[in-house]
Design a protein around this ligand. Structure first.
Ligand code: ADP
Ligand code: MG
Length: 541
């Protein structure tokens, strides 16, 4: 057995990176991702212009939108994008924060690895710190409820600071809170009950809350009224038409008399159906299925406004907004199933004919009609509104809030350092590295606003040591202020979730010491380069 034959266990063309190379490469990729979104953080963060392969442009400062549009391919970098997506799904806001912290955790881990601390030890220390962080954050947070209207408005305004919607943020914040309070049932907020409808034209400040639902369907027949006041609304999820025979039933018609008798019979059946609607007292009908021409004619003659082929989700929202019951069988339809709205009218949103159901009494589903001068503006207003709504809902759900502006991160880091005194040796170093990593948020806020991060952070830390737990950065003056009094307020969940997912992904990446890429993916996975169009990003490090 002297003649050693090479042994192939991987297919031809597969590449493999082991040990430190694999770790360094993954950390580098993750750091590039974090670095890319870092400049957008905070009220003074910059925007990014993203151009896709078709030349469509998005201008945004929303972390998750940027990362999704970049179509990142490096596996470790992709894991960071997942962090942003989780944050988006759980809350809707704080995506940049989560990614930036994850990048910094990995950067600091690299530093420890250079001091010959094994990744396993770092992972353990990070896990301890992450768990402790949850308790610490919880401890210094403040209580909030759906009754704290003032705080809720501040949460919404904070979410929108620095976004395209900034100019009208007070107005939008007001709308966001009104919408949430309107649809809340006790302390439960289901954001599905708030429909966002965009309209290009007018200014952002013309955005409004519609106490009802706007559906993207027009009235089925021009002879129907354009407008119905004191609407009594029937919601029907069966077809108002004679179903064409699906099986191969043949009808033998051999004479003109038979033909007209057949047609008369059909008309009779349709008439029967429409009469059931008319007799219920409805003057508006929304149908999830079809309404055929004859039925339209009869309904129009009775002065009824009807729209057809509505989405199921819109039917459900209409039920919540108007108090109607969705009826599956026309025979069951009666007055008690009808919903109410002060006004139903055909309306134009942009170029599209729609139907607006408004002036509902105590609706449990509403529409926010968002306006702006151009499509880009309206899209960014929508993203800002989504963040604001998500933040309000998260605050109410958990019942806890914190001030922002870097204050909670400094307070968390301070407490983690105190806690680390109980630990020994290398784990302690990892917990300290974790504490340092969290401070990337205030540091970045200072940098992005054009202020000296070292001076500001030192000042903040001093004030925190003196018990001013909400000492944070005023991004506009560069002074350290009480962020709570300044009205910069965020749901606790943004912070707990960001820390949780950031540390999870950092731990996951640190545990990898072997990257095996099959030949198809070897080229793109071999280095930490960004995909096409992002060339040169590596130089940012
Ligand atoms: P993310 O995607 O993480 O939400 P943002 O760009 O929305 O990123 O920035 C959020 C950060 O900006 C938070 O740390 C928040 O506390 C901070 N922030 C928001 N408004 C202000 C303000 N008026 N002054 C200082 N910091 C602020
Ligand atoms: Mg935000």
């Amino acid at each position: 057995m002297t003649n050693q034959q090479p042994i192939y266990i991987l297919p031809e063309g597969a590449t493999r990176q082991l040990g430190r190379d694999a770790q360094r490469n993954n950390i580098m990729a993750a750091k590039i991702v974090a670095e890319t979104v870092r400049s957008t953080l905070g009220p003074k963060g910059m925007d990014k212009m993203l151009v896709d392969s078709l030349g469509d442009i998005i201008i945004t400062n929303d972390g998750v939108t940027i990362l999704e549009e970049m179509q990142i391919e490096h596996p470790a970098a992709k894991m960071l994008v997942e962090v942003a997506k989780t944050q988006e799904k759980e809350i809707g806001d704080g995506t940049t924060t989560a990614v930036v912290i994850a990048g910094e955790l990995l950067k600091n881990a690299e530093r420890l690895m250079e001091q010959d601390i094994h990744p396993t030890v770092i992972v353990k220390g990070y896990a301890i710190a992450a768990e402790k962080a949850q308790a610490i954050l919880n401890n210094f947070s403040e209580d909030v409820s759906i009754k704290s209207i003032d705080i809720l408005k501040k949460i919404a305004a904070t979410a929108m600071t620095g976004k395209g919607a900034e100019k009208a943020k007070e107005h939008l914040a007001e709308l966001a809170v009104q919408a949430v309070v309107q649809v809340a049932e006790e302390n439960k907020v289901d954001l599905d009950n708030i429909k966002l409808e965009k309209k290009v034209g007018g200014g952002i400040e013309d955005s409004e809350l519609v106490k009802g639902i706007i559906v993207d369907k027009e009235k089925v027949n021009p002879n129907m009224p354009d407008k119905v006041t004191n609407a009594k609304i029937a919601l029907i999820d069966c077809a108002v038409e004679i179903k064409s025979t699906e099986t191969e039933a043949k009808i033998q018609i051999s004479s003109p008399e038979q033909m007209s008798a057949f047609l008369a019979q059909e008309e009779h059946m349709i008439k029967d159906m429409t009469e059931k609607i008319i007799n219920s007292g409805a003057n508006v009908v929304f149908c999830q299925k079809g309404i055929d021409d004859t039925a339209q004619h009869f309904l129009a003659k009775a002065g009824i406004y009807a729209a057809r082929r509505l989405k199921k989700s819109d039917m459900e929202k209409l039920a919540k907004a108007t108090g109607a019951r969705i009826v599956t069988n026309l025979a069951d339809l009666s007055a008690i199933d009808l919903g109410k709205a002060g006004l139903v009218e055909s309306t134009k949103v942009g170029d599209e004919e729609m139907t607006s159901v408004s002036e509902c009494k105590n609706p449990k589903a509403v529409t926010l009609l968002l306006k702006g001068g151009t499509q880009h503006v309206v899209d960014e207003v929508e993203r800002a509104m989504t963040d604001a709504l998500g933040d309000i809902a998260a605050a109410i759900k958990v019942g806890k809030v914190v001030a922002g502006a870097g204050a909670p991160e400094v307070e968390l880091a301070r407490n983690l350092r105190l806690f680390s005194n109980q630990l020994s040796g290398r784990e302690q170093l990892a917990v300290l590295a974790f504490a340092d990593a969290v401070e990337i948020i205030p540091r970045t806020l200072a940098e992005n606003a054009g202020f000296d991060p070292i001076d500001l952070l030192t000042d903040m830390k001093n004030k925190h040591d003196k018990g001013q737990k909400w000492a944070g950065i005023d991004s506009f003056t560069g002074k350290v202020v009480d962020a709570w009094k300044a009205g910069v307020i965020e749901p606790l969940k943004i912070k707990t979730q960001a820390i949780k997912s950031a540390s999870e992904v950092a731990e996951l990446i640190l545990r990898i010491d072997d990257v095996i890429a099959s030949s198809g993916s070897s080229k793109r996975n071999a280095g930490a380069e960004m995909p096409h169009g992002m060339g040169g990003m590596g130089g940012m490090m």
